[in-house]
Design a protein around this ligand. Structure first.
Ligand code: SR1
Ligand code: MG
Length: 430
């Protein structure tokens, strides 16, 4: 919600909460207070937001805990000079509910949305940690590939024209199409700024000055990323999470939960699958920067690439199987009856999955490039202190990102992507 002069409108009564004011707020909501139990004076409140946009509080009482996320009217990463509408909290809540319905157990449970404070109270995930942080430490997550495959197969299928009727789908598209400010962040930060001179951009300099300049002069790359931007802006395929990097996933060895769908809108399915794949690949290239004499991380790197492949295979298998449950108006059963109907439908399904792999690969490449040349970087690389060592990890990641965006036809299978990652990684060390 912005007024005509660009100022952010806030609901009457909106105020950012802090570690002192959150407990009295929660005490005023009996269902939330009951989850914490005991006397509000004894509740422990910590503000832990380490993302780019919001306040995040963890609250613990004698009976249990809560996570409370509140939108600020500006981008936290930058400050009040970059205003941002609060209604992203509304879209996040809607997406948590809808995706949670399609992929039960793979998101936090939601307890309350407050449209005045633009705040959501949800399940406190413990002892989960952010997947990216675990991967930087070299921790394996045996469930992550399958759980993420399940989450994406189900949410992307059931919110699409395969999963619901056309009128209902269009009503859902209409509901989410107001999330324009968050879409604009993606349009600018992922598909535009990294390919031009822009104050927001940064990279490991001067080590990567040459490749940043080469990308700005790379006409085929800029054409490809502009085509991708159009796909992002104009393809209302399914309700996508919209920011599905490894910082939006909380994990233990036994459990996986997707958080933070505030960028949700009806967009291309491959943007979510690509975000996950691209961020796994970024972590793969960062591993040499975290290697030590005790652990060269080679086994972990192999696991990361196995996870990329297992995710895609698991996703394609599940998504393909869901075609049997078509409830939407796409691919009507009447057109696939008769003797060769099943075989014809299987061909259509396989072609759709091949297209989705191509989108996944391209979006993965764009996600990789933006985290290395744009405004928002990943701690996978940021935590490598020595800039020469960091740049040595970042350069092959950029080269793969460029390949994936500009030349997706060279990668007809996910194994072609992981092989290319290995080859670029090996070449960077010779
Ligand atoms: C200014 S917001 C930068 C990034 O943070 C979010 O996680 C999104 O990825 C966004 O592009
Ligand atoms: Mg986020």
């Amino acid at each position: 919600m912005s007024s005509d002069d660009g100022a952010i409108e806030v609901p009457e009564g909106y105020r950012p909460l802090d570690t002192d004011t959150l407990a009295p707020y929660l005490a005023g909501h009996p269902a939330l207070a009951a989850r914490l139990g005991g006397d509000p004076a004894g509740w422990r409140v910590d503000e832990v937001g380490d993302g780019n946009l919001n306040l995040v509080f963890l609250v613990r009482g004698p009976a249990g805990g809560l996570c409370v996320k509140q939108a600020l009217p500006y981008v936290r990463l930058v400050g009040e000079s970059w205003p941002l509408p609060l209604d992203r909290a509304f879209y996040e809540h809607e997406a948590l509910v809808e995706h949670g319905r399609h992929a039960p157990g793979l998101m936090p449970a939601v307890y309350r949305f407050d449209p005045t404070l633009m705040l959501t109270a949800m399940e406190l995930l413990e002892p989960h940690i952010i997947m990216r942080r675990g991967m930087i430490q070299g921790i394996r997550y045996p469930r992550a590939a399958d759980d993420m495959a399940e989450y994406m197969a189900r949410t992307l299928f059931f919110t699409s024209d395969l999963g619901m009727g056309a009128a209902e789908k269009k009503a859902r598209v209409a509901l989410f199409c107001g999330n324009t400010a968050l879409c604009k962040i993606t349009e600018d930060l992922i598909f535009t700024e990294p390919y031009m001179v822009h104050d927001n951009n940064r990279w490991t300099a001067p080590q990567l000055d040459d490749i940043a300049a080469a990308f700005r002069a790379d006409a085929p790359l800029k054409r490809a990323v502009s085509r991708l931007k159009c796909r992002f802006m104009g393809s209302a395929e399914a309700l996508i999470h919209g920011d599905l990097h490894t910082g939006s996933i909380m994990v233990t060895q036994e459990d996986t939960r997707v958080i933070d769908p505030e960028f949700a809108f009806y967009g291309p399915k491959g943007f979510d699958t690509g975000a996950f794949v691209g961020n796994l690949l970024l972590n793969y290239f960062s591993q040499d920067g975290h290697a030590s004499e005790r652990d060269d991380r080679s086994a972990y790197k192999a696991w990361v690439l196995e996870t990329v492949e297992a995710f895609w295979r698991g996703f394609a298998q599940r998504y393909g199987a869901l075609w049997a449950e078509r409830r939407g108006d796409a691919y009507p059963a009447a057109l696939f009856a008769g003797a060769d109907g099943a075989a014809s439908l299987a061909r259509a399904r396989d072609a759709a999955i091949a297209d989705l792999l191509s989108d996944t690969i391209q979006f993965a490449g764009a996600k990789m490039i933006r985290r290395l040349l744009g405004i928002a970087h990943n701690i996978d690389f940021e935590w490598i202190e020595d800039p020469d060592r960091r740049a040595a990890c970042e350069r092959p990641a950029l080269l793969l990102g460029r390949e994936l965006v500009a030349n997706p036809a060279a990668y007809p299978a996910i194994e072609a992507v992981t092989r290319a990652a290995q080859a670029l990684d090996a070449r960077s060390r010779t």
